[in-house]
Design a protein around this ligand. Structure first.
Ligand SMILES: C[S@@+](CC[C@H](N)C(=O)[O-])C[C@H]1O[C@@H](n2cnc3c(N)ncnc32)[C@H](O)[C@@H]1O
Length: 439
């Protein structure tokens, strides 16, 4: 589909007042950093005690296990707690900043669906929907088009936080109350049923960065795993270096089960020099592969993964956020968000042989500008009633495409069923792209 066709689809879309913005920090970087000493002392962090006892019983644990404890523990896990998004939470995400984000994802879905002759059965799958804002904006936009509205039969949300499921339900149920659309939740991607007669639209925004990672260091003796261990100096009153939770990183002296398998999972890792570190997300690989298998069959489908990271591996991007600041990853387990950059090349490798093609990644700025951010922004500004409101709308959209900020740091990878015989807009090669875009 051409750029002009996108624009006319966009022009027919959506008329709604804008949601406003919250001037908070996003997760790809901090607006400020906080050293361990400026974080208030953690009194009796119960999760830290659980983790220390586990290590005492079984020895150092993989980093992935530590992340699972911190993010998904059924009682103390970060996402089980009250709202961690927005100004009062720990970070803010693109869909929360401007409605235009979700609207343009919807427009891409609409044009892909039209391109494959508008299948009469459609479902939408989202991984990690947060407050449900992105799904709400996508549905609001798609419901302006009667063809696809009547085709949408179900929405599948993969979410493991009970608290967030309630927030999502409140928002999305209202949006579909007069529609015959089934809304359901799954804990993992493997619970999403195959549906050969249905075209699948898939989205994951800031989901893969929350997936557990394992870190490995290449030594003269081969790959060694970086693990989480108890700090022997903790609690002796002498050390000023120890983390507040009594946990620290250590390198396993001998190979572990993970260090023999994961560094061999991509040919790219073998080329790295001694001393290099890699962060590998086994769960991301498996989840993306399953998405490929679901989209590669039957009526097929398409999707987008949006996250910070790049088309390469990272070694030291693991970090923690609390109150819009970067804090030590061991300061306050379960009360800080843990995250790592996404290796998009690894996600692409996971799709091999699934019957799907990976598209891009391209920058968020390229994606949004190509799909018509500017004309949509003009319409929203024109319909705003006060100068202050107009300025809010302009600033929030600008934030999404700032090449030095979210526009450049966030990447968008597309996925589409079938072998790619021609480029799919806006995932076009950089040479052609530069003619179209001037962020
Ligand atoms: C950083 S938030 C992003 C939320 C939303 N997509 C946005 O951009 O505003 C990560 C989301 O993934 C969910 N999540 C994290 N780990 C998960 C897991 N292992 N299984 C299912 N959902 C998970 C969280 O509860 C949350 O909804």
């Amino acid at each position: 589909m051409s750029r002009t066709a996108f624009r006319s689809t966009l022009d027919r879309a959506i008329r709604r007042s804008s949601r406003g913005i919250a001037p908070s920090a996003c997760r790809y970087q901090s607006t400020s950093t906080s050293s361990s000493s400026s974080v208030p002392a953690v009194k009796d962090n119960e999760l830290a005690k659980v983790i220390r006892d586990t290590i005492r019983a079984t020895g150092p644990i993989p980093l992935s296990r530590y992340m699972q404890f911190c993010l998904s523990h059924p009682i103390h896990g970060y996402y089980q707690k009250s709202d961690v998004f927005g100004e009062k939470g720990d970070f803010i995400t693109s869909p929360e900043i401007s409605q235009i984000f979700g609207e343009l994802v919807a427009i891409w879905f609409l044009t892909r669906w039209m391109e494959v002759d508008s299948p009469t059965r459609v479902r939408i799958v989202e991984l990690g929907p947060g407050r449900g804002t992105l799904m709400d904006d996508i549905l609001r936009t798609l419901f302006n088009f009667p063809g696809i509205t009547s085709a949408i039969k179900s929405i599948h949300l993969v979410e493991n936080s009970e608290y967030l499921r309630k927030v999502q339900n409140d928002k999305i149920s209202r949006r579909i109350e007069d529609k015959e659309v089934e809304l359901s939740w799954n804990t993992g991607i493997n619970e999403i049923p195959e549906a050969d007669d249905t075209y699948t639209l898939f989205v994951a925004h800031e989901f893969f960065d929350a997936m557990p990672i394992n870190t490995f260091e290449k030594t003269d003796m081969g790959w060694r795993e970086v693990q989480v261990d108890n700090d022997p100096m903790h609690g002796n009153g002498l050390s000023t270096q120890t983390s507040k939770s009594g946990l620290r990183l250590s390198i396993s002296p001998s190979p572990t089960a993970l260090s023999t398998v994961l560094p061999a999972s991509s040919p790219r890792f073998a080329k790295l020099s001694t001393g290099s570190r890699i962060e590998v997300s086994q769960d991301s690989f498996k989840i993306m592969r399953r998405i490929g298998e679901l989209l590669g069959k039957g009526k097929g489908g398409c999707g987008v993964v949006v996250d910070y990271g790049g088309d390469r591996s990272y070694g030291q991007s693991f970090r923690a956020f609390k109150g819009h600041k970067i804090v030590d990853v061991f300061d306050d387990p379960g009360n800080a968000d843990l995250t790592a950059n996404v290796d998009f090349a690894y996600l692409r490798e996971s799709l091999a042989g699934t019957g799907t093609s990976a598209l891009g990644p391209i920058s968020q700025a390229s994606f949004l500008l190509s799909l018509g951010l500017q004309p949509r922004l003009r319409k929203l500004i024109d319909s705003a009633s006060t100068e202050e409101r107009k300025e809010d709308i302009r600033k929030s959209a600008q934030r999404l495409i700032d090449p030095l900020g979210m526009g450049g740091q966030y990447q968008v990878m597309g996925i589409s069923s079938g072998e790619m015989t021609e480029e799919i807009y806006p995932f076009i090669s950089p040479k052609k792209e530069s003619k179209v875009l001037k962020p």
